[in-house]
Design a protein around this ligand. Structure first.
Ligand SMILES: C[S@@+](CC[C@H](N)C(=O)[O-])C[C@H]1O[C@@H](n2cnc3c(N)ncnc32)[C@H](O)[C@@H]1O
Length: 181
């Protein structure tokens, strides 16, 4: 595993009950995620946002939870089972620089993960390729790991991949941008 990738055990430090105090998925994503949508959670980790989005898309919707680490996906699978969302959450283990997905989606999330990817351009092009014309892509990075200039550099890479910046939503402890294809 690449040394920049968050080890699975470290995910427990931010993916826990306390996190809801500063990251409220419904408040952050409610404007973009609707019942019946197909959404993708890229670098889903243990599923803090996948589980919340499964609630938001409802019975008719689908969450594709993508991660490079099988251990993250196995913890996520167990959480999905405990929450009764096994049928709504599809797990997908991807490769380092490509999602390996072709299904069009209504919404894509990359929360605190692009800085772990060696070639963000490849990843962002594969995000662009699956967005429906009406879709949004919500991108955030942790301030502690990603400087303003690095963030703006990645926003520039996203624009080269075809993504158009729409708004900079306020997200605690983070830098964030929402894009459209
Ligand atoms: C800091 S964690 C964030 C997890 C989750 N998004 C959250 O906010 O709770 C970053 C996640 O991205 C995953 N990741 C790192 N590189 C990746 C890649 N190239 N493709 C997919 N996932 C990746 C890691 O395995 C880890 O689960």
């Amino acid at each position: 595993m690449d040394e920049h990738v968050c080890p699975w055990w470290l995910a427990y430090t931010f993916d826990n009950r306390l996190r809801s105090l500063f990251h409220n998925p419904e408040e952050l994503l409610g404007e973009y995620v609707k019942p019946g949508d197909t959404v993708v959670d890229i670098g889903a980790g243990m599923g803090f946002f996948s589980i919340a989005m499964a609630r938001m898309v409802g019975e008719a919707g689908t969450v594709i939870a993508v991660d490079i680490q099988s251990k993250m996906l196995s913890v996520l699978q167990e959480r999905a089972r405990r929450n009764g969302f096994e049928q709504r959450i599809r797990l997908h283990q991807c490769r380092e620089n490509s999602l390996g997905l072709t299904e069009p989606v209504d919404f894509a999330l990359a929360f605190w993960m692009v800085h772990e990817v060696p070639d963000p351009g490849n990843l962002l092009r594969s995000v662009y390729a699956i967005l429906k014309p009406s879709a949004f892509f919500f991108y955030t990075e942790p301030r502690i790991h990603v400087s303003r200039s690095r963030f703006e550099h990645i926003v520039g890479i996203a624009q080269s991949a075809g993504l158009k910046p729409v708004t900079r939503p306020p997200v605690s402890l983070s830098r964030a941008m929402v894009f459209k294809p």
